[in-house]
Design a protein around this ligand. Sequence first.
Ligand SMILES: C[S@@+](CC[C@H](N)C(=O)[O-])C[C@H]1O[C@@H](n2cnc3c(N)ncnc32)[C@H](O)[C@@H]1O
Length: 283
Amino acid sequence: MKAGMSLDDPSSKRQAYRAKKQEDRQEMKHVKIDTQNTANKVDLPRKRFYRQRAHSNPFSDHQLEYPLSPGDMEWKLLYPAFYDESTGLMTKQVTIADIGCGFGGLLVDLSPQFPDKLILGMEIRVQVTNYVEDRIIALRANNAETSAYQNISVLRGNAMKFLPNFFHKAQLEKMFFCFPDPHFKQRKHKARIITNTLLSEYAYVLKEGGVVYTITDVEDLHNWMKKHLEEHPLFERLSSQWEEQDACVQIMRNATEEGKKVARKQGDKFIACFKRLPTPTII
Ligand SMILES: C[S@@+](CC[C@H](N)C(=O)[O-])C[C@H]1O[C@@H](n2cnc3c(N)ncnc32)[C@H](O)[C@@H]1O
């Protein structure tokens, strides 16, 4: 705690809470959960201690850590239960990405739906990423006997800059863009997470037949995302019948914190899903 602060001061309470959580996080973040030890219950993190400005500029030079190439990424630190010590290799690779995962609601709900898939949230804001890490630590520790939530993890990253550093070509099966920042003003549109150039990068890391999921409560942003995806030669819109039968669409509608906020206000939710088309052969 900083000198001159008292514990009655809400900001010092937050500092103390964060410092304690930071300590626990360092200790437990990369730990392989002992499935026999079900005694170590961990409190779920409290969101109010992780408040941060609503927006982080994706063009700023944040101090971000990222691997030089996907082969350099130490995934065993994020998914220790999927690391085979005898071979020194991961038994699975990440195939589902939640881009701008916020407080992690989608990750938590997707986890039991896809127990055999590794799911990664990428989030640019530090405190929000810390919250999700602490949430996953608590869920793993509190469900040690079933080994639940071992398949989800989060990392702090700028998805608009470094995706190909993390993922090989055609590695991903699904990418979620749930309630992305709308950047309403025209001069800010270039900061939107779906643009022509970025779509080519997303197409690179997605496998053929993979799916881009989008949902927003802002109609203008929905039209923008739809237009850019429709115009891109490597994506094709999936039908509303397809959306109706897809389990992820149902989860995405209700799981995320933003989605819940919109539901409370009885706002609209606009959904559009697109399939990654085969890359044409150049003759
Ligand atoms: C409006 S919130 C939605 C969060 C979550 N998907 C949900 O539905 O509750 C958008 C999130 O995207 C994150 N974000 C914005 N730009 C990003 C970027 N370039 N890379 C990673 N995360 C980003 C923001 O920090 C924020 O948490």
